[in-house]
Design a protein around this ligand. Structure first.
Ligand code: AMP
Ligand code: MG
Length: 486
């Protein structure tokens, strides 16, 4: 077997996009210890899991020693955080190692989070605690198994160094993740500001081309069917409409939909304060720093459109020579988001209820938004109703009779129960289960995380003995909150 130091990375981002990164090295790790390795993902990437377990492999997964083919960089980006613009965010505690081309020809970024302070760290310590890195691992892998485009998690390595957070010192860790790329709306905001003569703007050195170079790169890498910047904008709008609709179908609340956390590829990224709905209540949010509920479950489509408006603004200079014409074109494209989202939403929810009758959706949402049953159980138990037993789904409602007229029209439409079971998960990463498993892991017991990963890897197959993984937290559980200070 070739040594981990001989893994071949490509560096198309670094070669094409000078001005969007700073070369940087990972911080040393006093006592690196591999906590989780995603062996099947490693194989998909063309990497040998045994090789990643060697000291050289672990050094690669923390960025402390990387192959000659890799150039570790901190990426620059800007972003609107909770509506407020920051011209310079960037990877404050993360590094891009390089790109792996998988045996099937797909290009994936390898990126490390928690690898030490970079020039973008501002006040942060550049580190990450074990709990939140395991959280990203568990939830991103669950999203993938649920069929939702997402970054993937390759490994979590404990660094042997404590990091200080509100709760006191916690074990430090590095997450190795892969992504179609780490290009974000915020990357374009940064490039547009540079090209417009912002902090790095300098026509003499060609910086004015940065936005154009970035756009050409993103088109080639993610949306090659687009032949103009406007078609590229349309493709990203379409990818995000599909993605947000998928989130809404599984009760996923991202929690921090800032423009720096929205990808150009259409993958979900950054699992900080995310969570899953128990009760189907559109006003639900979990993040302790989202005091106004800006990123509540039901607001996600609107926020996506808001972010895409900011994306369009960053591209205006490429749409047309006159500002007025560029704004007109961008506005027209953005208007397409609502239709694309609605179509993806309805298609997904019709699959969830196993029929092809869009007229049934409005009445269904009227009932569930009023009665707020457990989101995941409701749709899963509907297939039992399709097979003739409406008892279990009716039991989820305080006023079960309110569902009966709808059940009658729905049954008349002939729902396909088996097809429903293929799209309505039994198991999602329920907040209380994730917290319980992470608490144990931080105390040194990884077994609950391993069980959870195993259950979530196959979310659509109901298995005996795993009942508690399918149930919400009990009525006495305290309200769930997530924390961003990760
Ligand atoms: P996030 O909300 O996690 O996407 O992060 C927003 C910004 O804060 C990014 O620029 C991160 O790199 C930066 N950041 C978050 N945590 C830290 C940390 N502990 N040290 C340095 N930078 C951080
Ligand atoms: Mg982020």
């Amino acid at each position: 077997m070739t040594a981990a130091t001989e893994i071949a990375f490509e560096n198309t981002f670094v070669r094409a996009l000078e001005g969007l990164f700073v070369p940087w090295q990972a911080a040393p790790t006093p006592d690196a210890r591999l906590v989780l390795l995603n062996e099947s993902l490693a194989r998909e990437l063309g990497l040998d899991p045994a090789q990643l377990r060697t000291p050289e492999g672990v050094a690669l997964l923390t960025g402390t020693t990387v192959p000659d083919s890799a150039t570790t960089v901190a990426q620059a980006y800007a972003g609107h955080q909770f509506g407020n613009y920051s011209p310079r965010l960037g990877d404050g505690r993360a590094l891009l190692v390089g790109e792996l081309v998988t045996p099937d020809g797909t290009r994936r970024d390898l990126h490390l989070k928690g690898s030490g302070r970079t020039p973008f760290a501002r006040g942060g310590d550049g580190k990450a605690p074990l709990g939140p890195m395991l959280r990203e691992y568990v939830i991103s892998e669950a999203m993938h198994a649920l069929g939702v485009p997402s970054t993937r998690s390759l490994a979590v390595v404990a660094t042997g160094e404590p990091v200080l957070r509100d709760r006191g010192p916690e074990p430090g860790a590095v997450l190795a993740r892969t992504a179609a790329s780490h290009l974000r709306v915020g990357t374009f905001q940064f490039a547009a500001a540079s090209s417009a003569g912002g902090s790095r703007g300098d026509t003499a050195t060609g910086e004015v081309d940065l936005l154009r170079r970035l756009t050409e790169y993103a088109i080639a890498r993610h949306h090659p069917q687009a032949s103009t910047p406007l078609e590229f904008y349309r493709a990203v709008i379409a990818a995000q409409a599909e993605l947000i609709a998928r989130w809404m179908q599984i009760g996923f609340v991202h929690g921090v939909m800032n423009t720096d956390n929205m990808t150009i590829s259409g993958e979900t990224i950054d699992y900080g304060p995310c969570a899953f709905l128990d009760a189907h209540d559109p006003s639900t949010w979990y993040s302790s720093i989202d005091s106004g509920g800006r990123y509540a479950y039901g607001n996600q489509p609107g926020i996506a459109q808001w972010n895409l408006a900011r994306f369009g603004e960053s591209l205006l200079g490429l749409f047309a020579d006159s500002q007025e014409e560029a704004v007109r074109l961008a506005t027209e494209e953005l208007a397409g988001f609502a239709d694309a989202y609605r179509a993806a939403h309805d298609r997904g929810y019709l699959a969830k209820i196993g029929v092809g009758t869009p007229e049934l959706l409005a009445d269904l949402f009227a009932v569930i938004e009023d009665q707020k049953p457990d989101h995941t159980l409701f749709f899963r138990r509907l297939s039992e109703a399709a097979r003739g037993d409406a008892g279990p789904v009716r039991d989820l409602l305080s006023d079960s009779a309110a569902l009966d007229p709808w059940l009658e029209s729905w049954r008349a439409a002939g729902p396909d129960a088996d097809a429903m079971d293929r799209v309505n998960p039994v198991y999602v990463p329920r907040n209380h289960l994730v917290e319980e498993a992470l608490d144990a892991a931080v105390e040194g017991d990884l077994e609950p995380v391993q069980w959870l990963l195993q259950v979530l890897a196959d979310p659509f197959t109901d298995r005996e003995g795993y009942e508690r993984y399918a149930l919400p937290a009990g009525p006495d559980a305290p309200p769930f909150r997530t924390f961003c200070g990760t």
